[in-house]
Design a protein around this ligand. Structure first.
Ligand code: KMH
Ligand code: ZN
Length: 301
């Protein structure tokens, strides 16, 4: 396999909360340092969310990203990917604003609605500091809303920005949704498909689940797509290995897992990137540099 592996590092996200791990970056400078360190460890792409520096709550205002983006660009040529997922509690209009304002090379695009079982985290992390964390994680009724109208709204809002997408697919239906938008001519290849495994509400993390997603994507998109794998929580590294061994790309980072290995919390996203890199090189492949990722994914640069 000669194609290099694109490692995406998802730096902070909106799912984990500050009480769960001291390593989770919250303030702009922490997010910048974490992103640059992840890039130095081998990430070609950083997937970014912003947070309120005081409370650590997800903050999807364009201004929240202002002190982060320029500071990363000043120190690294890593590809910047801005979330349009925000947090599952936000409206789609709110979620698209930072990407609309900053027009990054990449933005995430979530390809279907789903239940989102955040409450499972409360068993593992019962000691929460902030009331917002309790309210957020204790909500048993979260629907992560990504209707056809919502997806089309994000595509149309970002149409003239030259931004391409990390298509987040949490189940096989989301691949079919993406094929629908491709058939409508609203998205074009190479499609960067982030297949997501192991979230409560999405497809499971079993190797058979991974095989089924890949088989389905192969059939629907052929060589029109680039495959990446995100394993949530403890599934992060095993599924990174599965992807690396099959020619896929990898996403790691504290957004997706707070762990480095069983019983060991990750000190940083960079540590997870370094581990992913070991896996990649261990199966005889190499990591992609940011400019290689730009070429592979046809980014505007
Ligand atoms: N939190 C991840 C499972 C987004 O930001 O658009 C998916 C994600 C969503 O990254
Ligand atoms: Zn995200």
């Amino acid at each position: 396999m000669s194609n290099p592996v694109i490692i995406t590092a998802a730096i902070t996200g909106a799912i984990h909360t500050p009480s769960m791990s001291k390593a989770l970056p919250v303030r702009p400078q922490e997010i910048v340092d974490a992103a640059v360190e992840a890039a130095e460890a081998g990430a070609a792409i950083v997937h970014l969310h912003a947070r309120d520096p005081e409370t650590g709550a997800p903050d999807q205002s364009p201004q929240a990203f202002a002190p982060i983006l320029g500071a990363i660009k000043a120190r690294s040529d890593v590809v910047i990917n801005i979330t349009t997922g925000g947090a599952p509690t936000m409206t789609v209009e709110e979620r698209v604003q930072p990407a609309q304002h900053w027009q990054p090379e990449l933005a995430s695009l979530n390809m279907g609605s789903m239940n989102f079982g955040l409450f499972g985290m409360l068993n593992r992390f019962p000691e929460l500091t902030h009331q917002w964390e309790e309210d957020y994680l204790g909500n048993h009724d979260i629907i992560f809303r990504n209707t056809f109208r919502d997806i089309r709204y994000i595509l149309e809002t970002l149409k003239d920005a030259g931004t391409r997408f990390e298509f987040e697919c949490y189940d096989t239906a989301h691949l079919y949704n993406l094929a629908h938008f491709r058939d409508q001519g609203l998205v074009t290849g190479p499609l960067f498909i982030q297949t997501v495994f192991g979230l409560l509400g999405g497809i499971g993390p079993h190797p058979n689940d991974v095989a089924h997603m890949k088989r389905t994507a192969d059939r629907l998109f052929g060589d029109e797509y680039r495959w990446s794998v995100l394993g949530a929580g403890r599934h992060q590294m095993p599924l990174a290995a599965l992807s690396a061994a099959q020619g896929g790309n990898i996403r790691v980072g504290l957004e997706d897992s707070l762990w480095l290995e069983k019983g060991v919390m990750a000190p940083s996203s960079a540590a997870q990137v370094a581990r992913a890199r070991m896996i990649v090189e261990g199966v005889g492949r190499r990591i992609a540099a940011p400019d290689e990722a730009r070429t592979i994914l046809a980014l505007k640069g």
